[in-house]
Ligand binder design. Structure first.
Ligand code: XUL
Ligand code: CO
Length: 439
């Protein structure tokens, strides 16, 4: 079989002092951190769409990278070449998982029956490769946003026929996810939203999105899907108002419609910042509701303000992410999917490797530093002490739900006026982070 990345060897761990661009400096798959190997902590995944499909097209220009892999783009030969290239790429990087949208795998045909035939053929081929290599599917999804029929969304569309077509795609994508042993199924509602309320029945759209998700759960469970469904929140882009704005909004929606037992969240760093939050905020909101499912690892550019899907290199952010993940006890069925792409001017095959090496090393550093932060203990101790007033006396009664406004009012009257709360010491805490990161 043709080798696509001829000049690229298997990427090995060489340590921080290595200057070999094709080596890991921090990601050492077998290194044990807090009881688990790095490989177990991460379950790194390759996103089929960015890695094997995206060629750098933007609103002002065509692609710069050649992703033909020696075949004619838009053919089944090309679809197969992408499988071969993808497996070689994962093998050389030591990545064990991948994620896909249905239309990343094959060119869409004129009818869904024909597209599904193509999907069956390509997933037979993928399955063979998975069996031969031990690579696994992290999650599957259906692309319900690119085709013009989804101009108003899928669950949120005004056309019942388009809704039915979306349901058919979800059904097939679930079949494929189960066929390939995936433990996750994602709903990213890129066009599940609206541009103007002048033409929108918001209540019907929300109800219909929930109905589509409920049908997906019922069907998925009926064919043996025992993994997690995920909503991937994002506030905007491409739609102006997206219903899954952020983690808190998505959790409220899932609870309102009784979907919270089957769904968790897939949190993407760049979506968090678009929502005006930090990545850490979105992870914490998910974790405290028991809904931290999976992570789309990337980063945005705060100077740009759109979804730039860059490979993560911000170690501070990665540390705070891994702090949340470790505190939450890790991800169960989820993993770290690099929903990230090379910059348009980084267009060579080597750049694809540099992107993943950067991302994997950044997260490895984040894990090392987050573990050091937890082992150091000062931050955790500070937070614990900060709320000590709720451990005894009137505070303990509040927490246990054993008091009421009358008793609290009497208590306050006796006090006269409370002392100021203890100092937040933000600057002191930030300097601890710096000394752990760079000390
Ligand atoms: C888009 C995005 C998607 C989802 C899957 O911003 O993140 O690629 O991850 O549909
Ligand atoms: Co994503």
């Amino acid at each position: 079989m043709a080798e696509f990345f001829k000049n690229i060897p298997k990427i090995k761990y060489e340590g921080p002092s290595s200057d070999n661009p094709l080596a890991f400096k921090f990601y050492d798959p077998d290194r044990v951190i807090m009881g688990k190997t790095m490989k177990e902590h991460f379950k790194f995944s390759m996103a089929w769409w960015h890695t094997l499909c995206a060629a750098g097209t933007d609103m002002f220009g065509v692609g710069t990278a050649d992703k033909s892999f020696g075949a004619e783009v838009g053919t089944m030969e090309h679809a197969k070449a992408k499988v071969d290239a993808g497996f070689e790429f994962m093998d050389k990087l030591g990545i064990e998982y991948f994620c896909f949208h249905d239309v990343d795998l094959v060119p869409e045909a004129d009818t869904i029956a024909e597209t599904n035939k193509r999907l069956d053929e390509i997933t037979d081929y993928i399955k063979e490769k998975m069996d031969a290599t031990g690579k696994k599917l992290l999650w599957g999804t259906a692309n319900l946003f690119s085709n013009p029929r989804y101009m108003n969304g899928a669950g949120s569309t005004n056309s019942a026929d388009v809704y039915a077509f979306a349901a058919a795609q979800v059904k097939k994508a679930l079949d494929l996810t189960v066929k390939l042993g995936g433990k996750g199924y994602v709903f990213w509602g890129g066009r599940e939203g609206y541009e103007t309320l002048l033409n929108t029945n918001m209540k019907l759209e929300l109800d219909n999105i929930a109905r589509l998700m409920k049908m997906a759960v019922d069907y998925g469970r009926s064919i043996g899907f025992d993994g997690d469904f995920y909503i991937e929140p994002k506030p905007k882009e491409p739609t102006k108002h997206q219903y899954d704005f952020d983690a808190a909004t998505a959790i409220g929606f899932l609870k309102e419609y009784g979907l919270d037992k089957d769904f968790k969240l897939n949190i993407e760093a760049n979506h968090a910042t678009l929502a005006g939050h930090t990545f850490q905020h979105e992870l914490r909101v998910s974790a405290i509701h028991g809904m931290l499912g999976s992570i789309d690892a990337n980063q945005g550019d705060l100077l740009l303000g759109w979804d730039t899907d860059e490979f993560p290199f911000d170690v501070y952010e990665a540390t705070m992410c891994m702090y949340e993940v470790l505190k939450a006890g890790g991800l169960k069925n989820g993993g770290f999917n690099f929903d990230a792409k090379n910059r348009r001017a980084s267009y060579t095959p080597e750049d694809m490797f540099y992107g993943f090496i950067l991302g994997m090393d950044t997260f490895a550093l984040g894990l090392i530093k987050a573990a050091a932060l937890i082992e150091d203990g000062r931050i955790d101790k500070f937070v614990e002490d900060r709320y000590a007033s709720f451990n005894s006396g009137i505070g303990a009664k509040i927490v246990k739900g054993e008091t009421n406004l009358v008793e609290l009012a009497e208590y306050a009257e006796k006090l006269g006026a409370p002392e100021l709360p203890s100092s937040g010491r933000q600057e002191y805490l930030q300097s601890i982070i710096n000394s752990i990161l760079f000390g």
